[in-house]
Design a protein around this ligand. Structure first.
Ligand SMILES: CC(C)(COP(=O)(O)OP(=O)(O)OC[C@H]1O[C@@H](n2cnc3c(N)ncnc32)[C@H](O)[C@@H]1OP(=O)(O)O)[C@@H](O)C(=O)NCCC(=O)NCCS
Length: 385
């Protein structure tokens, strides 16, 4: 008989749900590795498509493998006219994560992938999801503001093309590198909530579009991917470096959570936050209009005050603390921060799906029942209250 875990563990903290060889975290030392390679090294030297390949297929691609993978991706970046029309009919005030979730779910109707045991079906749907998510995010953003979508420019890199589809402008090298690094840093993170969601849905042998749509929904919550947006709102509300201390102290005294701080796993500074802080410092050094914003100095003051008060509880900045500031500095609208997180994380979700399919078993945890038993059925006319 299987051994049963008799105590309920809130949030399943510390419960092992799977064996995985995709990413590794050491929360005490602040280490994150993809297939054994430190994430900062990949963010500095690699590209998102190379990293997606690494996560999905277990090794960095050689030149021929990379060429094929990149060409498969670029071939699939366009959206069907019907999908674009569908987007036009979605409400303008919907959040881009709601758009993304709806369109990704609908993709399953255009590209049926229900036979998940077929290797070709799996490969094609992985390619389509990675290739089309940036196009969907950019098209939704433009259409909801009444602008015509810009078709992908496949002469550009994956990251530069995303920026181009948003602004009809080729980004400079540093901006392109920042977007690419952002996707790499978000591409996987062990058994986080959205990956768990992807694994649960995948364990039913549902198709990959349904899996990605469910993971996007999970990622949209403010305790997961939505925190980066909230960080920028908070910094704007603080307004000046001088206001940071009283604002943060008041939050801590009121037992409110500071967005972008704390992590279930990291008990030191998140290595991705450190990398992004350096990017932000470089960006804010330049004298462009956006760089004139004081968000970074407010953020660094918030970090300082928060650490004075919260380091004893091992609360440090997580990836979301600096990712919003960096995206703000390169002119990305706030509501697109979490969709960009999803554009990177989809590689991780799908890698976990492929890994899990090899030894699949439907998730079916247990519960501890604490409700009533053996109650009588009371007819409506006799019910009180
Ligand atoms: C990420 C997060 C959900 C992890 O939560 P968790 O592991 O369940 O930790 P808990 O919520 O139990 O917090 C443990 C303690 O630290 C405090 N704490 C955790 N995050 C905090 C934060 N961001 N600001 C202030 N205090 C925080 C809690 O109040 C709690 O204090 P207590 O023991 O005195 O009650 C949590 O830190 C959080 O909500 N952070 C803000 C949202 C965020 O940035 N999310 C993005 C994650 S990448």
């Amino acid at each position: 008989m299987e051994e049963r875990h008799m105590e309920v563990v809130p949030g399943l903290a510390g419960i092992l749900a799977a064996e995985s060889a995709i990413s590794y975290v050491d929360g005490e030392k602040g280490i994150l590795e993809y297939r054994g390679i430190p994430v900062e090294l990949l963010a500095e030297k690699s590209t998102f498509l190379e990293v997606a390949y690494l996560l999905l297929f277990g090794k960095l691609p050689n030149a021929a493998e990379y060429k094929n993978f990149r060409s498969d991706i670029t071939y699939h970046t366009r959206l069907k006219v019907k999908i674009l029309r569908m987007i036009e009919f979605l409400p303008e005030n919907g959040h881009p994560m709601e758009y993304l979730q709806s369109v990704v779910a609908a993709m399953g109707m255009y590209y049926p992938a229900r036979d998940v045991m077929d290797e070709e079906v799996r490969y094609r749907s992985i390619i389509r999801l990675i290739a089309k998510m940036p196009t969907i995010v950019a098209a939704c953003e433009r259409l909801r503001h009444g602008d015509a979508p810009i078709p992908p420019n496949n002469d550009l890199s994956f990251a530069a093309n995303f920026y181009y589809m948003l602004f009809e402008k080729v980004p400079d090298r540093f901006t392109e590198k920042i977007i690419d690094a952002m996707l790499i840093l978000h591409a996987d993170h062990t058994m986080n909530a959205s990956t768990f969601s992807a694994r649960v849905v995948g364990s039913t042998l549902a198709d990959p579009y349904t899996i990605a749509a469910s993971a996007i929904g999970t990622l949209s919550g403010p305790l997961h991917g939505g925190a980066n947006e909230k960080v920028v709102h908070m910094l704007r509300e603080i307004g000046t470096k001088e206001n940071a201390r009283p604002y943060i102290e008041k939050m801590i005294n009121n037992h409110e959570k500071i967005m972008g701080m704390g992590h279930r796993v990291y008990k030191t500074k998140d290595p991705r936050a450190g990398f992004l802080q350096i990017c932000a410092q470089q960006l804010f050094k330049s004298d462009s209009a956006v760089a004139a914003s004081n968000l970074l100095e407010i953020a660094e003051e918030v970090e300082k005050v928060a650490l004075e008060k919260l380091a004893k509880k091992k609360i440090y900045p997580n990836v979301d603390f600096y990712s919003g500031i960096v995206l703000h500095a390169i002119g990305i609208p706030t509501e697109l921060y979490t969709p960009i997180f999803a554009m990177g994380r989809v590689a991780g979700w799908l890698a976990h799906w492929l890994e899990q399919l090899k030894t699949n078993k439907i998730y079916r945890p247990d519960q501890k029942y604490i409700g009533l038993r053996n109650q009588k059925y009371v007819p409506m006319e006799k019910r009180k209250g």
